[in-house]
Design a protein around this ligand. Structure first.
Ligand SMILES: Nc1ncnc2c1ncn2[C@@H]1O[C@H](COP(=O)(O)OP(=O)(O)OP(=O)(O)O)[C@@H](O)[C@H]1O
Ligand SMILES: [Mg+2]
Length: 234
């Protein structure tokens, strides 16, 4: 059986600066990976590569057995990838409903607009509001809903809980359970390592562009994590 996501020896430069070096990891369909690491470790760059937002990189990425081309957001979307970006990046001139509709693609699946509004009822109540009229938590729900609207097979979250209140973080993580139930493969970047590890099968820690720890999330001890986070190979 093909892996949902199979990454081998991926490297990326920004000019002379090597942002990622020899990244290899893989996810089975339906698996959740926690992606952690300090500032500048390369987490966002890695997610952007998967979404076709980095024009030049080396190595191979296979999505369900199909090789990913660098810098092709269209191909990434067609292969079922969707990103909930850091800072939401909503369309300010569009309403909540229109932001959700922007995410829709030709792919069908469980995430109709109605299903998304059932997941986050506030999106139905505020359907005609503009993003700037929403709280940060509501904006994050729109961003998640917009990504779900594409009925993704692999859903990527960058800084999923950044700037959100504890109550909203709980609501967002509760929603992930429903998303996982539909068999979606998840990669989640979160600064709160224990929280993200709690919902993940595996955890990868990046440090200065390399993988310093990769293994079952349940086996992640505080000592191993500390070492990986600050560059030690465990
Ligand atoms: N477009 C770019 N041009 C030049 N350098 C970049 C670019 N994007 C990222 N970098 C650099 O690549 C490195 C990795 O950045 P990246 O944003 O992927 O890290 P991160 O792990 O997401 O960090 P953070 O926790 O701060 O979000 C950093 O040193 C960053 O300055
Ligand atoms: Mg980042």
């Amino acid at each position: 059986m093909n892996l949902a996501l199979d990454v081998a020896h991926v490297a990326a430069n920004f000019g002379q600066f090597r942002a990622l070096n020899d990244i290899s990891l893989s996810l089975e369909a339906g698996e959740t990976l926690a992606l952690v690491g300090a500032n500048g470790a390369g987490k966002s760059t890695f997610l952007k590569i998967l979404c076709g937002l980095v024009d030049s990189w080396q190595g191979t990425v296979n999505i369900n057995g199909t090789p990913l081309k660098p810098g092709s957001p269209r191909q990434s979307s067609e292969l079922g990838l969707a990103l909930v970006p850091e800072g939401r990046l909503l369309f300010e001139s569009l309403t909540v409903r229109e932001n959700l509709m922007i995410g829709q693609t030709a792919r069908s699946g469980p995430w109709s607009l109605e299903a998304i509004e059932r997941l986050f009822p506030v999106l139905k109540e505020r359907r005609n509001a503009r993003p700037r009229e929403l709280s940060g938590g509501q904006q994050q729900m729109v961003a998640i809903g917009r990504a779900l609207a594409s009925n993704p097979q692999i859903l990527l979250f960058d800084e999923i809980s950044l700037g959100l209140s504890p109550a909203v973080v709980r609501e967002v993580y509760d929603a992930l359970k429903a998303v996982r139930k539909e068999g979606v493969t998840l990669v989640i970047v979160d600064q709160d390592i224990s929280r993200v590890c709690n919902v993940s099968e595996n955890v990868a820690c990046f440090f200065k562009g390399t993988v310093t720890h990769y293994g079952p999330a349940a086996g992640m001890t505080a000592a191993a994590l500390h070492e990986a986070y600050f560059g030690g190979r465990t």
